[in-house]
Design a protein around this ligand. Sequence first.
Ligand code: NAD
Length: 368
Amino acid sequence: MAAVKIGIIGSRFQADCIAGAVKATADDAEVVAVASPTPGHAASFAQRHGIPHPYTDYRELLRDPAVEMISITAPNRLHAQIAIDAARAGKHVVCEKPLCLTLEEADGMIEACRRAGVLLLYAEELFFAPKYAKAKQLADEGAFGRVHLVKQGEKHSGPHSDWFWDVEQSGGGAVMDLGCHGIAFCWWFLGKRKVKSVYSHMTTQVHHGRTQGEDEAVTIIEFEHGAVGVVESSWNRPGGMDDCIEVFGDKGQTYADLLMGNALPTYSETGFGYAVEKAATTRGWTYPVFEEHWNYGFPQEMRHFARCVRGKETPISDGETGRVVQEVLYAAYASAGLGRKVMLPFRPQGIAKPIDLWKMPERAQAAL
Ligand SMILES: NC(=O)c1ccc[n+]([C@@H]2O[C@H](COP(=O)([O-])OP(=O)(O)OC[C@H]3O[C@@H](n4cnc5c(N)ncnc54)[C@H](O)[C@@H]3O)[C@@H](O)[C@H]2O)c1
């Protein structure tokens, strides 16, 4: 198969991850362009990763005939416009999580890609994380009997870039940033069943001075067949990124710890270069990860997306997946605002960003 030519939009944290992931799947994909508005960033990113075409405006990248598929690694508030522009330019779209800020944007992205005949692929790497994929394979084989409870937690000490803390740009706090992974995970793990209700408790425990968003949340998702997903999201856990699942059925259970559970328990008095994402120190006891991208599933995800573009695989995570997550995000914020569970379908119109449903519960009430 000819390698799919990718243009990355954005040049910082997640862009580095995607460029590294694509290198690890070089037979299927290659990065040929990058766009980022900060002067010099696209050029230095291109040099670091051996990418031939750096651009400062993503619209220029969209005019590059070499680019077949784009990867959006820009702040959340830009996802919808970039995706729609890319579809109009005839490029397949990989969009990082969350899909966008509003349900209207999600609909617009899906419609633009459908009309243009390009794929809209939702980058939820947990579907490809080998340890989690193994847990799902066991569940699908019946190893745990009827699975009735799935828990996913993603926690760290808070995001690296200012825009995540500004709810106008991010759309919300830890649930928007991390909870979107857990929502997608529980939905996928339990067979993509319809969501019946959502209850979420959100608080700001530590970072009042930095954000209006929640930094601590527990979200309970009830599915139509009675199984339950529990998603824990936190920006208040120093010590490095933590990503875990627990799966329970009437015939068994499994536990998986994606990072610490795949690391080397290490003691060092001198410290060393890098342990794990968001770890503030490498002195004392730490948990350095190895094959970090592979353990998360990023190369496997990009390989799958490239093969989807060539018609060799069918997307397991697409725009519809992102829209399911978006509706649960709306319901979670509404639930936190109303102090009660919210039944789906829940599709309030004209909401500027999900967190408004928490901060302005009257908007949530009007949509019930
Ligand atoms: N899948 C994951 O696990 C994961 C991890 C981290 C981030 N993400 C997602 O990836 C996206 C980017 O996050 P990040 O951590 O890389 O943020 P970041 O702040 O590190 O990088 C954002 C990049 O977007 C660029 N940008 C800003 N405005 C732009 C514009 N108009 N056109 C093109 N580029 C523009 C910035 O210059 C910067 O390079 C977010 O949506 C985030 O939620 C996903």
